[in-house]
Design a binder for this molecule. Structure first.
Ligand code: UDP
Length: 454
């Protein structure tokens, strides 16, 4: 890029692990394309800026305390964040815009889709806003259909209709709609409305996905939204060795433990940074894993079991009796674990990052979605891409044992899933090569940003 054209980009992530990571990955990608980067972040949870010497950082006050748990009331946390951050963000933006007159011009704002408060502010300051949606395109299509689905009476979902197919959004069933467990469903619908409408009002959407994976959802959205779409993922494969943006320290003992195991022999189990399970579910999972007789590496994040610290419910001697067949950690270097030859399956909650990371390594999945887009992702993994099995009959030890065996032991079904996962992995490599779909889409994004007049 010519020196005269150097522009600065302002990026604002939502302060959750699954949103910060892809935003920082995008920052690295765009920095490599010649843009200067300023990250605007909230004071709640953020990685240490000194790990990112190439970027500038601006902190805005969000009014939350560090002890406040975002996971226990996700919905209200996001709503409050959108209210609390508006004024500090506006002031920060005004200052950055006035300073930029002396330095590089600011080309645009790139905002997490759930930071919808940024759209009217960017508008008022005549700064183009591009959205980063950190989830998949297929789940976004389902979110965008909410007003229509409510009008048709599908939502609120009646208990008796959960298994019914949703003809308008195949292959989803009503139970796969991206819902959240809340006593205030109207608040959720309102939030989705803002999130969709402010995305529609933006200058375009960047996706951590690739054309070949979600072509039909991308085509649907392009008809509904008259803004450009840039599927440039998988983000984490552009710079595989870049500094980790993990908010929790990753236990490297996972790798030496995996080194001791045969190829494709270990079930890796993790439910991401937010999902919580009950004590009963925890015990069913523990016994299901133990009874399957397959080695397992299990991430039990402190706080994963609602109301408990860590592993209190585990019967004494449980791990000792497994004689090294199980390893439990608080947080794993997940991308390295998935890339390890010993990892044979990923039992996941199907957060979008985990789903993409598994697809990129060709690791078949056992799907146990908890809420929102995870429900759609799991359905796509098991019924569209067919690279995993969904635990459909609840979290019960016999069902867990049966599902692990279906995937891990020699049988036609398991082998076919593994073959498809490996083919999909090849697709993720091709899309990033020169002339591949994501690589071309990134070039188009760079040209588009340079064409924006702020
Ligand atoms: N992750 C990790 N170590 C773990 C579990 C998860 O580094 O032990 C990372 C994982 O690689 C992914 C992110 O945390 O990038 C989780 O994001 P995802 O969208 O899958 O789920 P969320 O946490 O948002 O529910």
């Amino acid at each position: 890029m010519e020196q005269t054209k150097r522009r600065r980009l302002l990026l604002i992530p939502l302060p959750f692990q699954g949103h910060i990571t892809p935003m920082l990955q995008l920052a690295h990608i765009l920095h490599s394309k010649g843009f200067s980067i300023t990250i605007i972040h909230t004071s709640f949870d953020f990685p240490n800026p000194s790990n990112y010497p190439n970027f500038n950082f601006c902190c805005i006050q969000d009014g939350f305390s560090q002890t406040q748990s975002s996971a226990s009331d996700l919905l209200n946390f996001i709503i409050e964040l959108n209210i609390n951050c508006a004024m500090p963000f506006k002031k920060c933006l005004e200052k950055l815009l006035s300073d930029s007159e002396k330095e590089e011009p600011i080309a645009c704002l790139i905002s997490d889709a759930l930071c919808y408060f940024t759209q009217p502010i960017a508008n008022s300051l005549q700064l183009p806003r591009i959205v980063l949606r950190t989830g998949g395109v297929s789940s976004f299509v389902a979110f965008a259909a909410f007003p229509f689905l409510r009008q048709k009476g599908y939502i609120p979902i009646q208990e008796s209709k959960l298994e019914e197919a949703l003809e308008e959004l195949p292959p989803l069933r009503l139970k796969d709609l991206p819902m959240i467990n809340t006593k205030e469903p109207e608040k959720y619908y309102e939030l989705l409305c803002r999130f969709i409408n402010e995305t529609k009002a933006s200058f375009g959407v960047i996706w951590n996905s690739f054309e070949e994976l979600e072509s039909s959802a991308l085509a649907t959205l392009s008809q509904q939204f008259s803004i450009p779409m840039f599927p440039i993922g998988p983000f984490h494969k552009y710079f595989p060795n870049s500094c980790s943006s993990s908010l929790i320290s990753q236990d490297q003992s996972c790798i030496s433990w995996l080194d001791k195991h045969k190829p494709n022999s270990v079930v890796y189990v993790s439910f991401g940074s937010i999902a919580a399970i009950t004590k009963t579910e925890f015990l069913e999972i523990a016994w299901g894993l133990a009874n399957s007789k397959h080695p397992f590496l299990w991430v039990v994040r402190p706080g994963l079991i609602s109301g408990l610290e860590w592993l209190e419910p585990l019967p004494s001697g449980f791990m000792k009796n497994l004689e090294g067949r199980g390893h439990i950690v608080k947080w794993a270097p997940q991308q390295k674990v998935l890339a390890h030859p010993a990892t044979g399956a990923f039992w996941t909650h199907n957060g979008w990052n985990s789903t993409m990371e598994s697809i990129c390594e060709g690791v078949p999945m056992i799907c146990m979605p908890c809420f929102t887009d995870q429900l759609v992702n799991a359905r796509y993994v098991s019924h569209v891409w067919k690279v995993g099995l969904q635990l459909d009959k609840g979290v019960e030890r016999w069902e867990i044992e049966r599902t692990i065996r279906r995937l891990m032991e020699v049988n036609d079904e398991g082998m076919e899933i593994r073959d498809r996962a490996l083919k999909l992995k090849e697709g993720t490599k091709i899309c990033l090569q020169q002339g591949g779909s994501s690589s071309s889409s990134l070039e188009a994004l760079v040209t588009y940003i340079l064409s924006l007049e702020s």
